[in-house]
Design a protein around this ligand. Structure first.
Ligand SMILES: C[S@@+](CC[C@H](N)C(=O)[O-])C[C@H]1O[C@@H](n2cnc3c(N)ncnc32)[C@H](O)[C@@H]1O
Length: 272
């Protein structure tokens, strides 16, 4: 296996988890968005693929990038992977990491933008990267730099399995990107083809893609996550109702508020 020096790639631009979002980190995280992020059935398409990949190419270290409370790694430990690999959760939020209770999962507070391999593995240890619902945090301008940084700390042949929101339908992408812009977040969701190209451009070959359950986001939870006053929320609802139309599959009006649906795709990538 060749090595990639850890000194030449510039850090991705600094990125912090937004303070309002921290209100739902930690103890509340398991319950928000209908409990999606702590639901084994919702995670199953991803954890099943990770287990199969780990069987084919056994890693010595499995690193969950932006692993939050450590739920995915806990699920992998439950399926026996802690017996053959070290499990490491890297996240920028102390509130999220503080919620992790599984002693088989090592927790490290760090930003992925400045990631170094020495933080989680030796050069010659086999590493598997996993990630769920994190890439959109880096925004449109941050996507290529973060993918480049992740590739830079990996060795050729190592894998990166991630579940990421991206769109096949341009109108749906426009609608949900508008929602996130109106809520004042720097988050951004790419089209699926654009994400595949970004991965290839940064040294990742996409071996396979698979679907995962969409994430339902009701307007009450979004107001809590992004600290939105009722007047702001109804203004957002009016704007999106007019722009996205009544029949958008990703923006559905309810008696009170609305529900947005984030589609997910699972990408199995290999460092080339
Ligand atoms: C939507 S949550 C997903 C959590 C976890 N991956 C899961 O699926 O349960 C996004 C996570 O990314 C983390 N995060 C955001 N930006 C980060 C960064 N620059 N470095 C490390 N973690 C980051 C957040 O703290 C948060 O825990």
């Amino acid at each position: 296996m060749g090595t990639t020096p850890n000194t030449t790639a510039p850090d991705a631009p600094e990125h912090e988890v937004s303070p309002p979002e921290r209100a739902v980190h930690g103890a509340e995280w398991d319950r928000i968005h209908g409990g999606y992020f702590a639901n084994p059935a919702m995670a199953a398409p991803l954890t099943t693929l990770i287990c199969a990949a780990a069987k084919r190419n056994p890693p010595q270290v499995i690193v969950d990038l932006g692993g939050g409370t450590g739920f995915l790694l806990h699920e992998l430990a439950r399926r026996g992977l802690a017996e053959s690999a070290r499990l490491v959760n890297l996240d920028a939020s102390a509130e999220q990491l503080g919620q992790g209770k599984d002693p088989r999962v090592k927790r490290i507070k760090t930003s992925l933008t400045t990631l170094r391999r020495a933080q989680f593995a030796k050069q010659d240890e086999a590493v598997l990267f996993i990630m769920r619902s994190v890439l959109h945090h880096f925004g449109r301008d941050g996507l290529l730099p973060i993918l480049k940084r992740l590739r830079h700390v990996m060795q050729p042949g190592e894998r990166f399995i991630h579940q990421t929101t991206c769109f096949e339908d341009a109108a749906a992408a426009q609608c949900l990107n508008k929602l996130y812009a109106l809520m004042g977040t720097g988050k951004w969701f790419p089209m699926r083809t654009a994400l595949c190209m970004a991965l290839m451009e940064t040294g990742w070959q996409v071996e396979a893609t698979a679907p995962a359950s969409p994430l339902p986001l009701n307007s009450r939870d979004l107001a809590r996550c992004y600290n939105l006053a009722p007047a702001k929320l109804s203004q957002i609802q009016k704007t999106l109702g007019a722009e996205c139309g009544e029949c958008s599959p990703v923006f559905v009006r309810a008696a009170r508020g609305f529900t947005a649906y984030l589609p997910f795709t699972i990408f199995t990538c290999v460092a080339v």
